[in-house]
Design a protein around this ligand. Structure first.
Ligand code: ADE
Length: 231
């Protein structure tokens, strides 16, 4: 998979690239590249944003700046680019990121992520230069960079080999393998700690019963109470 992130802070992604599952995905052939809006701005003094028409606080990322960066990267009219690869703007009001959307994105060969800053994007970026808008939650971040990392994290860990164990991304919370339910509880050694014991069935070695127990716990957690009642 080839991912381009458009941002004013490309160096933020240096740390992210070093994280194990990301580094694994990159070593296996995926690519994560950053494009700096400022490096392509047609305006003087590296200007990328401007005050909103109609007044109001904050600054808005300019459509001509975003267009210039996309055009420089893809050597094509960005309006055509969004027809052949998903160009996603990270916005608080966008489609909510969930496991199904992450799987949908992981099936793409190429992906473009546009990070906004300040008050966000000029609306014409969203209308004409993007194919999708994605939100990681109904709250406002200072910019789209952390949201882009969240998208990359959840997408890259779905690629074969990224986690080391093929199974681990398959049967996990909210996956189709669990009918979209949260994952069942996990335990490891010690089997007894301060009187808190591990359910017997998990120590029984009886795989069919373990599978059944896990499916039940997962279904319970999907109930409105979340199975989260305290003793
Ligand atoms: N940019 C600012 N806030 C955001 C959010 N919650 N999700 C995605 N992008 C954002």
């Amino acid at each position: 998979m080839q991912i381009d992130v458009f941002t004013l802070f490309p160096h933020w992604f240096d740390w992210f690239r070093g994280q194990r599952h990301v580094a694994n995905a990159l070593a296996l052939g995926s690519e994560l590249e950053c494009v700096d809006y400022r490096a392509h701005t047609p305006l003087s003094a590296g200007q990328v944003d401007d005050t909103p028409f109609g007044g109001g606080a904050g600054m808005v990322l300019r459509v001509d700046v975003v267009e210039a960066a996309l055009r420089a990267r893809y050597d094509d009219d960005p309006v055509a680019v969004r027809e052949r690869r998903r160009v996603v703007a990270l916005t608080p009001g966008g489609r909510m990121l969930d496991d199904a959307l992450a799987s949908e994105l992981a099936a793409e060969e190429e992906l473009t992520l546009l990070c906004g800053r300040y008050e966000g994007f000029d609306e014409r970026v969203l209308e004409h230069l993007c194919s999708d808008q994605i939100s990681i939650g109904r709250y406002v971040l200072a910019g789209g960079e952390l949201a882009a990392m969240v998208v990359c994290d959840t997408v890259l860990r779905k690629l074969p080999g990224a986690l080391g164990h093929e199974e681990s991304a398959h049967e996990e919370s909210f996956s189709a393998a669990l009918d979209g339910a949260p994952e069942y509880p996990h335990y490891t050694r010690p089997a007894e700690w301060r009187g808190w014991s591990v359910p017997d069935v998990l120590l029984s070695g009886h795989h069919a019963r373990i599978r059944e127990w896990r499916a039940e716990r997962s279904r319970e957690r999907a109930e409105p109470s979340g199975g989260a009642s305290l003793p």
